[in-house]
Design a binder for this molecule. Sequence first.
Ligand code: MN
Length: 433
Amino acid sequence: MTWWILDETHDPARTSWVESANGHRDFPIQNLPFGLFSPAGRSPRIGVAIGDRILDLAALADAGLVPDDLADACRDDTLARLMAIAPQRRAALRRVLSDLLHDDNRRGEIEPMLHVAQACELHLPTRIGDYTDFYVGIHHANNIGRQFRPDNPLLPNYKHVPIGYHGRSSSIRPSGVPVVRPRGQRKPPEADAPVFAPTARLDYELEMGVWIGTGNELGSPVPIADAAQHIAGFCLLNDWSARDVQGWEYQPLGPFLSKNFHSTISPWVVTPEALAPFRVAQPERPEGDPQPLPYLSDADDRAHGALGVTLEVWLSTQAMRDAGLPPHRLSTGPATNMYWTVNQMVAHHASNGCNLNTGDLLGTGTISAPVREGYGSLMELSEGGKSPLSLPSGETRTFLEDGDEIVITATASAPGRATIGFGECQARILPAR
Ligand code: MN
């Protein structure tokens, strides 16, 4: 991971002439995430978030201000080509963008290429070929497992193999697109026969998403030491789940319609370079846990494979919004509660020769803390629906109701570094159709 060098783009003292960037919660000049956006009434193009503005990369390329070999990719109407460039070139583009937004000698030329972010539409960064959801949040696996197997919550494979399943990419949407409550088949344990009805146990899942940059050839695994070079960036992911449908359908092949009706992602691709100052050691495995097999084991990954990111989930109900109440924070916890690193996820996925492609999305699985304040789903917070949560409006919730809105946010921070964020991963629940 020697290419994860810190350079002048990470300097916490560096400021931008885009004044809203300085001290911005998510997008100071030290972040510079890529996304696909449309200014009002115009076609999709690639942009870079800077403060409350978006810099149009196509316009920057037309002005000859990006490296020549990247100009065509910057003019695309998808992020795919830019995601697939070598990490060293991506870092070079980052340095160019950082310099242009820092030095004000080209300000007059660049200012017209900035758009007010709030007036723009954000799209999925690229067509997502395949979506795989892992289950690396060990405390979530424990909490959910305990509801079904109190004495033996973790299945015997959990600490040996990064568990995952193939999800569905067609129903992934960017932040802001409402979620229609799904109908599904469910059978309460005491009922004689299943019914088909709107889910009564609609839940969210707090996850991070990992974008694949360069893929691998079918039949050619990705060595763990190379895995990081295949990652183009990170986002936030809400893997909406219908728990009643899930409980009835998941055996023997795993989740299906309980998971594939909609997933929401934050639209900005936060690069590995932006997150470089926030890499931390993977927490030591507890005494007695098995060590990973050699194909999942790498000293660099142990030393830098985890992310110093703090995740938060917020809920607002229709009644809260009507009463002018702010969103209520349901949970907060660190992303270091992952039992496997993102590099281990990539290496494991390709270990049988499965080919990852540019624009594939990997979910981490729900990230929960060992303590209640960091639980990443309502299934955990309400103990499977047994303990309703009290909200500031006087309402209670076990699972989500129509009109409820979930927002996931996250920040990466470290001593002596400028804090960066991911933007919002937000969606509101609409009634079943
Ligand atoms: Mn999930």
